[in-house]
Design a protein around this ligand. Structure first.
Ligand code: SF4
Ligand code: SF4
Length: 675
């Protein structure tokens, strides 16, 4: 590109393609700015370092999610970008006093390393192409029915449009024409150091006799793809290079299980509760809609979608986006049935590589539906019950102490000082199965000499289900009443057998002034065993499988302590190795923990969260049935649980499959060894 006219054309085309790209982003940016201002201070640099440069979420995804393919494309692309930048600095640097460093050993390393990176990039792009093609073959593509003219839904979690193939073609051409350019240079002017560009040298060997102007032709051909890349980027899934980076950079550091409160002041100012139109979401939430690249990771893990319900988290994002563009009501566009089907298990949020918060979008829309009186049936009955009695089951406060019969349970109102408040929860005080857990935990704490007390009839529901169903003000009333009680008794530490209560007390009560240290019963019990204050469990010979509750394992990152109670070696930072070794060394009657496919943070929801436990389920579409089938596939005769909600849901399904299977809380197993 020696001649001034070529330079002028090149710079003009570069400017035009970049301007085209920016111009196309302006329209969506105007829509994002219609949202509510964000209320948090993002850690821009930390977020970009972790989630963009480090590809933290992508690296943590399931092996079949296409993660290695994305890593090849991403790091390959980044390397090529770096190579082009270094070349530009070497070329234009002398104009501003930077000497041209593009020679010598540096040049040899540059050529060798970036040649290899270019190959890896092309391998990733080819992989992506083949992957999309195979998904399309297996599942089919969405389209429009020729009979009805309506869109045809596809079960393909990786739905592909023609422009996705065009995007891959552009990427492929960017990489391959770069090699062609190198080959043309080698064919025209071979050098002794060309061995460090093996791909270019090999290609050059394929067409040794190039006419004089060929190099310039190949050069323009390569840059035609570079210009196309910039000019068409906002129209393609590739736009996530920009939008996902912005979304990740601006994301909020908030626990997975924490929902954002609505204030009465806000309701008075806006005259509405929750979200009606997409512009009621924050600007960040609206931007995040454009960061979605329809990868389908969220859909693949959604327990509702996987049992054939209408809810499809990827589609929710597309629908909210459509509602934003068309100015339609969010609930109408997404569909109420889909909105109520969510268990708020957060599997989608955990899986999303660009940190989209599906649960925020769903719960905020539910809040408006609740305010409009759109929830009926058993879910609405539960909300009325919890509002009037403080118990989701609707039993009176006086019955909260029925489970204590025959036990010496210390009560806070008796006035003795205590270390832990034992938070029982509605299920733990009411449901017959969950009561067994409550009693076992109590007996174990008494035996180990733990200083604790219960609130008895002074305890009310934490409001978890009400909040996740969208009844924010019932939740807030319950939270404020409980926090008053905590203050009265100076409560600082809480132990609870319910992961839903744990999440709400630990991650959400702080919004209303509570300062609590909250642990799950398995965490406390594992600690007591480690200290020698309790005997380890003796579950007997045979296989035990453990079902990780979403709100313990995924949402609150605890999968280690429960496993330690059945002899599974700890691989997280909760140190229980001594106990584990003791059990594992036992030759006779040792327990084998048979792990299901979905475990730890990637556990599969039982279907109870988000208020779904109180809602009717169509037979054959129960997430608990799918989960039980998977647990039974391990060949275990005992299913261990650590959540009263999971216990209720799995119990109903276990009975359908195999009556001989034992379903038991880990605390009961431990209690049997300590009776
Ligand atoms: S929401 Fe996230 S996980 Fe789901 S399709 Fe979009 S980018 Fe993928
Ligand atoms: S939270 Fe769970 S149930 Fe709800 S959309 Fe996400 S994956 Fe599906």
């Amino acid at each position: 590109m020696e001649q001034p006219v070529f330079r002028a054309v090149f710079y003009s085309l570069t400017a035009v393609s970049l301007a085209l790209m920016v111009w196309q982003f302006l329209a969506p940016a105007r829509l994002w700015m219609k949202g509510r201002p964000i209320r948090w201070r993002p850690n821009y640099i930390g977020n970009v370092a972790k989630y963009v440069l480090g590809q933290f979420k992508v690296q943590g995804s399931r092996p079949k999610s296409g993660a290695p393919m994305h890593l090849l494309i991403f790091y390959g692309f980044l390397a090529l970008l770096l190579a082009t930048t270094l070349l530009a600095v070497a070329t234009y640097g002398p104009l501003v006093g930077i000497p041209n460093f593009h020679h010598g050993t540096y040049y040899l390393v540059y050529e060798t390393v970036f040649d290899a990176c270019g190959l890896l990039f092309l391998a990733g792009v080819t992989w992506a192409f083949v992957r999309r093609l195979s998904f399309d073959r297996r599942w089919g593509r969405p389209g429009v029915s020729q009979e009805t003219g309506k869109p045809v839904f596809s079960l393909n979690p990786l739905t592909t449009e023609t422009k996705d193939y065009i995007a891959l073609l552009i990427l492929f051409m960017l990489g391959s024409t770069g090699f062609l350019l190198e080959a043309a240079r080698i064919a025209n002017r071979p050098q002794t150091w060309d061995w460090c560009s093996p791909v270019g040298r090999w290609l050059a060997g394929l067409f040794p006799a190039l006419p004089d102007g060929a190099y310039i032709g190949v050069w323009w051909f390569h840059y035609a793809w570079v210009f196309s890349f910039f000019a068409f980027l906002p129209q393609m899934r590739l736009k996530h290079i920009v939008t996902a980076t912005m979304t990740v950079a601006g994301s909020e550091e908030r626990p997975l299980g924490e929902l954002v409160p609505i204030s009465m002041k806000e309701v008075e100012e806006t005259g509405q509760i929750g979200v009606t139109m997409a512009t009621d979401f924050s600007r960040w939430h609206l931007l995040s809609l454009d960061a979605c690249m329809s990868c389908g990771r969220c859909t693949e893990v959604c327990p509702a979608y996987n049992v054939g319900k209408i809810l499809n988290p990827k589609q929710v994002i597309a629908d909210v986006h459509e509602a934003l563009v068309t100015n339609e009501s969010v609930a109408t566009r997404v569909g109420e049935e889909a909105l109520w089907a969510c268990t708020t298990c957060n599997a989608c949020v955990e899986a999303c590589p660009v940190l989209i918060r599906h649960v925020d979008l769903i719960v905020d829309t539910r809040r408006n539906l609740i305010a409009e009186g759109k929830l009926s049936g058993s879910g609405a009955t539960m909300l009325r019950q919890v509002g009037s009695t403080g118990n989701s089951w609707g039993t009176p406060a006086s019955s909260r102490e029925d489970w204590m019969k025959g036990l010496e349970v210390p009560l806070a109102r008796e006035g003795a000082p205590f270390e832990y408040l034992f938070w029982v929860g509605c299920a733990g005080a009411t449901d017959p199965g969950a009561v067994k857990t409550t009693r076992a935990v109590t007996q174990l704490m008494l035996k180990a000499g733990v200083s604790f007390a219960c609130l008895g009839h002074e305890e009310t529901c934490t409001g978890d289900s009400a909040r996740r169903l969208g009844d924010e003000f019932t939740f807030q009333a319950l939270a404020e009443a409980n926090i008053e009680t905590f203050k009265r008794y100076g409560v600082r530490k809480v132990v609870t057998p319910c992961p839903h209560c744990l999440n709400t007390l630990k991650n959400e009560y702080g919004q209303f002034g509570a300062e609590l240290e909250v642990v799950h019963h398995t965490q406390l019990l594992a600690d007591l065993v480690r200290q020698g204050r309790l005997e380890p469990a003796e579950p007997g010979a045979g296989k035990v499988t453990y079902h990780d509750p979403c709100y313990l394992a995924r949402v609150n990152n605890e999968s280690d302590a429960p496993r330690s109670l059945v002899g599974q070696e700890s691989n997280l930072n909760f140190t229980t190795t001594a106990l584990v070794q003791e059990i594992v060394k036992e030759p006779e009657g040792a327990t084998v923990l048979a792990e299901p496919e979905h475990r730890g943070r990637k556990t599969l929801c039982c279907g109870a969260g988000g208020g779904r436990m109180w809602m009717d389920e169509e037979p054959g579409k129960r997430p608990s049935e799918r989960r039980v089938r998977e647990l039974l596939d391990t060949g275990a005769g005992t299913i261990a649980v650590a959540c009263p909600f999971c216990r209720i849901m799995l119990d109903a399904s276990v009975k359908q499959f195999d009556d001989s299977i034992r379903l038991v809380d880990l605390a009961e197993m431990l209690q049997e060894a300590n009776a």
